[in-house]
Structures are given as C-alpha cells and as structure tokens.
Design a binder for this molecule. Structure first.
Ligand code: NAD
Length: 380
C-alpha cells in the first residue's frame, strides 16, 4: 500500500495533509509514504522531518503520486494534476463539492475515488475524523485573536496605578464549534462575552462557558433544531424580531465575531450596514463566514475594511490556515483516523468497505462515475 502526500497548489493554502506523527502511524499500518518535496514547509514541517519519520521525498507531484493507492491533500486536486494519479487511487481531501460539480465529474473521469472529508457524518464513531470541527475550533480561537489584534484597546479589565481600564464586550453570533471556541477564548482573554444562535441547544452550551445568551426565545426558536443538530433557515418574521434585538445589542459591543452558517446555503446576513454604522468608532467585526458570502454587510475576503465611522470589518479567508502548524496537525490526525478504517490490520492491505456508512457518506466518485447521491446530474 502506497500513500502520497501532495503539496497544495493553491498559494492561499498553507496547510498540509500529513505531519511526521501521522507518517509514523501510516508506516506502522504497513504503508509506504511518499511526500512531495516542500509540502509541509508553510506548516513548519521541512522534508527532513518527514524523512526522519520514515517517508521518502519525491521531487514533484507526479513522482510523489506515481503508483499511489491513497493520495492525501487538504484541497481537491486541480484538473491538471489528475492525469498523474493512478486509476482507482483514493484521493482524500476537503473537496468543497457544492457548486463545483464539474470538478467532481473531472475526478470521476480520471477514475479516482474522491473522498470528501467534510461530508463525514457527525456520529460518535466519526468524531475523530471530523475535519469541520477540528478546523472550526481553531478558526474560532483565531477570530478572537485577530479581532483583538486590530482592536485598539485591551480586552481584560485592568486596574492600574494610572486608573482602571474596562473589559471589552465581545458578542459571538453563531454558537457552533467555532463560536463556542470563540466564546471560550474571549472569556480567557478577559472580555465580557455574550452570544446568540438559532439552535435552542446552544443556549445551555453558551451559558456553560460563562457567557450570556441573547436571542428571541419564542416557539419557533424552541422548535428550530433539526435532527442532525444543524441550524435550519428561520422564518422572515423570526429574522426580523431577532435582527431588532441584535441591532440594539451590537451597538454596545466592542468586538463582534460572526460564525453563522447553514449547511449547503449561502451564509445568512446577520449584520447590516446600518448595524455596523451604529457601532462605536474603533469597534471591530470579525466575519468567519466570509468564504460563504459573509454574515456582515460590507465584509471583503482577505481584507480589513475600515468604514467611514472607523469600524473595522475583518474578513480573513481560510482562518484555520492562519494557524497552519496546528490546523495541519489536527487535520492530519483526522485523515489518519479515517484511513485506518480502510486498511485490513492483519494483511496490512487496503480493504475498503464501500458500503460502510462513513465511506458511503463521503465518497463522491468511484469507478469512473459520480456516486454520491447529492451530486447526481440533474434530470433534464
Ligand atoms: P455551522 O458551522 O454549520 O454553523 C455555525 C453556527 O451558526 C451553528 O451553531 C448554527 O446554528 C448557527 N447559525 C446559523 N444561522 C444562524 C443565525 N441566523 N443566527 C445565529 N446563529 C446561526 O455549525 P457547526 O459548528 O458545524 O455545529 C453545528 C452543530 O453540530 C452543533 O450542534 C454542534 O454541537 C454539532 N456538532 C456535532 C458533532 C458530533 O456529534 N460529532 C460534531 C461537531 C458539531
């Protein structure tokens, strides 16, 4: 069994899909591991560390992928890389398939089995493989750090000889994995923290972290959680009531972190330009949903926009990549946990159970066809 670890071709992607720790584990599983030279550099892992862990280094993607049974990436391989992959190879990455049906088809045409890690079901057995959670957790932490860095004041209350500095007020919108970590980080940094979410279950989680929950808690709210634990789209009436509550709350905040997403849909617009205009000069918004269109009106990807009134809107894309060493290490462990399930421990050979629930949920393409039910060509 041969495993290839390829460099990311997108210059905006500093993460890498394997780290020396997981290379050692793959070797123990019985695999040969080849790493493309330089693949780990932006995540702080030089070739020599992969070699020391037992990998061989290949000069380019073609040489690394040559004959590989499993190809590990952070993002989906580019079309021009596909010819280098062996037909039947299993390519594992964050595939970002929604809206990229042509790219999914190209992987099918190349004969590879594409596994989209972000489609991993959120069941207990797969928690250790949950790349959305591992990366969102770090993004939530980093959002507060980034917000604090552009905020011109201190976060904790400080009592000094020169007088007292008040604690900053931080409001977190969306209390999923990223939001909860943002709350915990903001609390650790000494801010006074409030948070909101449309899922009723979030209230208790927010409060257990020592933050105050702010939401219109009517009947619709109480019924809002869907079976999978994800948020559902709320009614126009609910959105209006919640927007009014949020508008008055936001005007009193120093830093607002937005993390609200609804799977498979553009990010809900939660903070309008009017709400931004009502904030005090010097206050900051950090929008973690910028890649899905943003929760904040006026956010721009990879920019810190400053409004006329001196409010800053931070819109970094790929926030987990801003902590590339940590995010790579967690991502690499998520991948290893999945790959381990594809290998027969006794024969040390690949033995993929194609009808396993984890494989079925994540496998986009196989044997030249797009096999995932969500990406079937639409009937005319
Ligand atoms: P996500 O990234 O899909 O969305 C972030 C948060 O935004 C969610 O909490 C969502 O409810 C919220 N949101 C959406 N629209 C909103 C709006 N209009 N206003 C305010 N908030 C809004 O969420 P996630 O981090 O993937 O977590 C979703 C759920 O899945 C949570 O319940 C989480 O605890 C759960 N989860 C379960 C597992 C597991 O069981 N293995 C793993 C991870 C997460």
């Amino acid at each position: 069994m041969r495993i290839a670890v390829l460099s990311e071709t997108d210059p905006a992607e500093p993460r890498v899909a394997a780290v020396p720790e997981t290379v050692k584990k793959y070797k123990a599983l019985g695999a040969e591991v080849t790493v493309q030279s330089g693949a780990g550099l932006k995540a702080g892992v030089p070739d020599a560390e992969y070699e020391a862990a037992g990998a061989s280094i290949a000069p380019d993607a073609k040489a690394a992928a040559d004959g590989a049974d499993i190809v590990l990436r952070v993002r989906r391989p580019a079309a021009e890389e596909l010819p280098a992959l062996k037909r039947g190879a299993i390519v594992i990455a964050i595939m970002d398939p929604y809206g990229h049906e042509a790219e999914v088809k190209a992987m099918a045409d190349a004969g590879v089995s594409a596994i989209a890690m972000e489609l991993m079901p959120r069941i207990t057995r797969a928690q250790v493989m949950d790349v959305l959670s591992s990366q969102a957790n770090l993004a939530g932490y980093r959002a507060v750090v980034d917000g604090a860095a552009v905020y011109g004041r201190a976060l904790p209350m400080m009592m000094t000889a020169a007088g007292t500095v008040p604690a900053a007020r931080i409001f977190v919108m969306g209390a999923g994995v990223a939001g909860l970590q943002a709350i915990a980080t903001a609390r650790r940094m000494g801010a006074v923290v409030t948070a909101t979410d449309v899922r009723p279950a979030a209230k208790e989680q927010v409060e257990s972290l020592g933050a105050k929950f702010v939401a219109v808690e009517d009947d619709e709210f109480k019924q809002a959680e869907t079976a999978g634990g994800y948020a559902k789209e709320m009614s126009a009436e609910y959105k209006k009531k919640q927007a009014e509550l949020v508008a008055s709350h936001i005007a009193k905040q120093d830093i607002v972190v937005t993390t609200a997403l609804i799977p498979g849909r553009p990010a809900p617009k939660l903070v309008t330009a009017d709400m931004v205009a009502a904030m005090r000069p010097g206050s900051v918004l950090v929008d973690l949903a910028v890649e899905r269109g943003g929760n904040v009106e006026g956010v721009k990807a990879d920019e810190v926009v400053e409004t006329e009134k001196g409010v800053k809107i931070v819109g970094y894309a790929n926030v987990p990549g801003r902590l590339a060493a940590t995010s790579s290490s967690l991502y690499a462990r998520n991948l290893y946990a999945f790959v381990e399930t594809l290998v027969d421990k006794t024969s040390k050979a690949l033995a993929v159970k194609w009808d396993d629930e984890l494989v079925k949920a994540t496998c986009l393409t196989r044997d030249g066809a797009v096999v995932h039910p969500n990406f079937q060509p639409k009937a005319a």
